[in-house]
Design a protein around this ligand. Structure first.
Ligand code: FMN
Length: 354
């Protein structure tokens, strides 16, 4: 079946401008979400619940998740689950709707299996997305965790950034099984500066306080908060991130976002400005996962992301110390059936919980 995708659908989609192809794929996913008999069939064929993971107090039916950025607005969560994902992370969302950068802003590089994007957090805004989730994927219908990835608006100064995160947290927390704090997208100016200790410390302190207030107000258990980091930080900088993450009771780290480095791709390739993901990111993101796992003595749960295209690259992330994995580019290059094949390959290796 994945043969069909690689020989027929992918060549057709790759003839189109990359964002147009994404829109068509997203439209198909929305249709799948609405057509419940079709979704039921997809689910019957694709779902694998035989390698569950318990992490952050949540039950993941399998370790394979959809990375942030593909479903920015929470429009096809149920279809993603029907295709076999064990968790879905939507977003990045910002306090208000924003259009993102001008097009073209998405580029494929099939010769190296890479994607460059400079989307710039195009999204419907936190309120609209939270309402959509409440309507279409309420808690009582869930069989797998939903993460909501939050960020700051393009126009917000770094000094006010924490307020954007808190606004998004307050709006999204009720609908989220976990919240991912995105401080690593290369496409919002200065966002990655939030990884520096003098910025990260107050940000994490503010988020932790918002989370305590939310739990007290709603009478709910604390919402797990994860930090999504960049692959372009030095190991020394990662030590500090880890230290602050422990200090502020961050539940896990998502490693990694896309890279601004072009070291792993040849010079004639991937030349567009933006974040590079896919195969050229595979090695570095695995290094970051391995480093974090070692430096934290295995005490900080890690979601490994970057260049997962097959069972070998997925296994690499788990061997490096990740408890869960996520993918985006692999889905574009290998098609939807990749999810099932990865989840099935993990049946014998994952029964880990932290
Ligand atoms: C088109 C595109 C848009 C993305 N948008 C986001 C985003 O909004 N927020 C985020 O945290 N990561 C975003 N990412 C990064 C992915 O979630 C992931 O971290 C990265 O692509 C590495 O995984 P991959 O190699 O499997 O694609 C985006 C990636 C792509 C390709």
């Amino acid at each position: 079946m994945s043969f069909l995708y690689e020989k027929i659908f992918r060549p057709l989609l790759f003839k189109l401008e990359a964002e147009r192809a994404h829109q068509i794929a997203a439209f198909s996913m929305r249709i799948l979400g609405k057509a419940s008999p079709l979704r039921g069939l997809a689910s019957l064929y694709c779902r694998t619940e035989s390698s569950p993971v318990r992490l952050f107090g949540l039950d993941f039916p399998n370790p394979v998740g959809l990375a942030a950025g593909m479903d920015k607005n929470g429009e096809f969560i149920q279809s993603a689950f029907a295709l076999g994902f064990g968790h879905v992370e939507i977003g990045t969302i910002t306090p208000q709707r924003q259009l993102g950068n001008s097009r073209p802003r998405l580029f494929r590089y099939p010769s190296v299996g890479g994607i460059v994007n400079r989307m710039g957090f195009n999204n419907d805004g936190a309120e609209i997305v939270a309402d959509r989730i409440k309507r279409n994927y309420p808690r009582e219908k869930r069989h797998a965790p939903l993460g909501i990835n939050i960020g700051k608006a393009k126009t917000t100064d770094l000094d006010q950034a924490a307020e954007d995160y808190i606004t998004c947290f307050k709006i999204a927390a009720d609908q989220a099984d976990y919240i991912a704090i995105n401080i690593s997208s290369p496409n919002t100016r200065s966002l990655r500066t939030l990884q520096k200790p003098d910025r990260l410390e107050p940000l994490l302190a503010a988020i932790n306080q918002a989370r305590k207030d939310f739990s007290a107000k709603m009478g709910r258990q604390r919402v797990p908060v994860l930090l999504k980091i960049s692959p372009d930080e030095s190991f020394r900088a990662l030590d500090v991130v880890l230290e602050l993450a422990f200090l502020h009771k961050i539940d896990g780290i998502i490693a990694t976002n896309s890279t601004v480095s072009r070291a792993e791709s040849n010079s004639a390739c991937c030349t567009e400005a933006g974040g590079l993901s896919g195969l050229p990111l595979r090695k570095r993101s695995t290094e970051v996962v391995r480093y974090l796992a070692k430096a934290s003595g295995g005490r900080m749960p890690i979601i490994g992301v970057g260049g997962i295209y097959d069972t070998i690259s997925a296994g690499e992330k788990l061997d490096a110390g990740a408890s869960l994995i996520q993918l985006y580019s692999g889905f574009v290059y290998k098609g939807p059936l990749l999810v099932k094949s990865l989840a099935r390959s993990m049946v014998h290796r994952c029964s880990n919980s932290i």
